[in-house]
Design a protein around this ligand. Structure first.
Ligand code: HEM
Length: 514
């Protein structure tokens, strides 16, 4: 009788075990027509540890083993990677009912920012970004970034000719700090001068508030990769929760409505969401998503750009000449005690070496986003060579252009070197012809992603980088404390999240040029 009683328990246990193993992906097999499957040795986790340790190396290893397309198991997901840039079209252009970018973005936004979207939220982002982050209307934001940037850069410098003492700082800390604060103020608004206060007092408040915000932002920034992978230890998880609450409060609608000069972009998104009847606390959370999207890449990118220029004297010389020429042609000059430089959008359009080449080359070397789509229904994926592969509903598909394009020596010879004129034709126009195996490559650099989820801030971000470098070069003399210091390695745990960061800072000094 006893063994009869035990039987259902045993069967139940077995069913749970088999169900568990099924959920862990132990029984998944490659079906005919599917890409090569590599589950890795650890159930459910699969290759995630190696992937996190060094995404670039892992994908190179998989490509050698399996070829241009393969499916790997990563922390409960089966992700198919396409490594052949000629086949990216099928990924980028596929309709949303088959491959969906938003589902993946929302999963991350919820895990990392505690933000839950409602139907229609993305429409607001798209419309508002088209209206405020492009073309003519970018003028306003560019102007606002410019004045905030000068407030951050020049306030502690002095203006008399005799006050040309060197100031020393970490180049990463300095660039990220200055660009973050100016970008934040340009988008989220300034402290308004009170009637009895001078404008200088309001500027001082802007500096103090943005400094505090940057300090907290960097703490979150450092937790970010592990937060996104869901592997933060409890103490740090708690710290992340506290930081989130801090940002939701500082960026809350109530606080923001006391500001002057809020950008049209942030204002319209906020209004649009309020009109949709979205809960206030959720809008506050979304403001942190926007702060993150707009500020986490540009600061690190400006650091790399300035460092590459400082480490490559021929590039620095070419860029400096261009900057001085554009300034001269605008009828302006930098003088001790003179007016601040007014760098307009038109001036920024006249810098082919700076924009079309040095900036693009900088992003090729340091922007490493992982572009992922959810597979919404069973479908066929066609490679450029005509080969077709079956993809399963519920899986994901991804491309990592940093490995498959940015570092392909056939597309970009000597891919690890910074060549400021890589994206420049001999006649000074922008170079767009790049080849692999004798065929023209359409997607030859992809720092902004592509298709429906392509970065809507790319024009503004490019302007920010240009304005930062432009002002640094017209106002200051710059030197590395140790000119022989090597360019630092990048922190590999950030692969997949946008612009890479250095493992250590590089000391530099600067002083007024005139
Ligand atoms: C160097 C600076 C920047 C880099 C390298 C960068 C890169 C990217 C990348 C790779 C994506 C995801 C694309 C995808 O998944 O297909 C993205 C998304 C986004 N970026 Fe940027 N970005 C930068 C600056 C900015 C700035 C300045 C803003 C705002 C003013 C901004 C706003 C956004 C937003 C809102 C999204 C989400 C788009 C969506 O969900 O449709 N970014 N960015």
């Amino acid at each position: 009788v006893e063994s009869l009683l035990l039987l259902p328990i045993l069967l139940g246990f077995l069913a749970c075990l088999v169900g568990g193993l099924y959920l862990l992906g132990v029984f998944r097999q490659r079906r005919p027509g599917e890409p090569p499957l590599d589950k890795g040795l650890i159930p459910w986790l699969g290759h995630v540890l190696e992937f996190r340790r060094n995404t670039l190396k892992f994908l190179e290893r998989m490509e050698k083993k399996h070829g241009d397309i393969f499916t790997v198991q990563l922390g409960g997901f089966y992700i198919t990677f396409v490594q052949d840039p000629f086949s990216f079209g099928g990924f980028i252009k596929e309709s949303r009912d088959k491959l969906d970018a938003r589902k993946v973005a929302l999963h991350l936004a919820h895990r990392v920012f505690g933000y839950k979207a409602v139907e229609g939220w993305h429409g607001i982002l798209r419309i508002t970004s088209n209206k405020h982050l492009k073309g003519e209307s970018l003028q306003e934001l560019t102007q606002s970034f410019m004045s905030n940037l000068q407030n951050m850069m020049l306030h502690n410098i002095g203006s008399a000719a005799e006050d040309r003492t060197w100031k020393e700082d970490g180049l990463f800390r300095y660039s990220y700090n200055v660009v973050f604060r100016a970008g934040y103020l340009a988008l989220f608004g300034n402290v308004p001068p009170k009637s009895e206060q001078s404008e200088e007092k309001a500027k001082e408040k802007d500096r103090a508030e943005s400094e505090a915000l940057f300090h907290e932002f960097r703490k979150y920034d450092q937790l970010f990769p592990r937060l996104a992978y869901g592997v933060l230890p409890p103490m740090e998880k708690l710290a992340a929760e506290r930081l989130k609450a801090y940002f939701w409060d500082v960026l809350s609608i109530l606080k923001m409505k006391t500001k002057d000069n809020i950008s049209g972009w942030v204002w319209d998104i906020q209004q649009g969401k309020e009109e949709m009847g979205i809960d206030m606390s959720m809008i506050n959370r979304y403001m942190f998503v926007l702060l993150w999207a707009s500020q986490s890449n540009t600061g690190p990118s400006s650091f790399w750009l300035l460092l590459f220029l400082m480490k490559h004297p021929e590039a620095m010389k070419a860029v400096k000449e261009e900057v001085d020429k554009v300034l001269k042609e605008s009828g302006q000059e930098v003088r001790p005690g003179g007016p601040m430089v007014n760098l307009t959008r038109e001036m920024l359009l006249k810098t082919p070496i700076l924009v079309d080449s040095a900036v693009e080359e900088n992003l090729r070397l340091t922007a490493a986003p992982l572009l992922t789509r959810a597979v919404i229904k069973d479908m066929t994926f066609k490679m450029a060579d005509g080969q077709e592969y079956l993809l399963r509903k519920g899986d994901r598909i991804a491309i990592f252009p940093f490995s498959s394009v940015h570092h392909d020596p056939e597309i970009h010879p000597e891919p690890h070197s910074f060549k400021y004129d890589r994206f420049l034709n001999p006649d000074g126009t922008r170079k767009t012809d790049f080849y692999k195996a004798g065929k023209k490559v359409k997607y030859y650099t992809m720092p902004w992603g592509s298709g429906v989820s392509m970065c809507p801030g790319r024009f503004f971000a490019t302007n920010e980088l240009k304005q930062f470098v432009f002002l640094m070069l017209v106002y200051f003399e710059l030197e590395l404390i140790n000119p022989d210091e090597k360019i630092p390695e990048t922190d590999l745990s950030r692969y997949g999240f946008g612009t890479m960061q250095p493992v250590r800072d590089v000391q530099f000094r600067y002083r007024l040029r005139y």
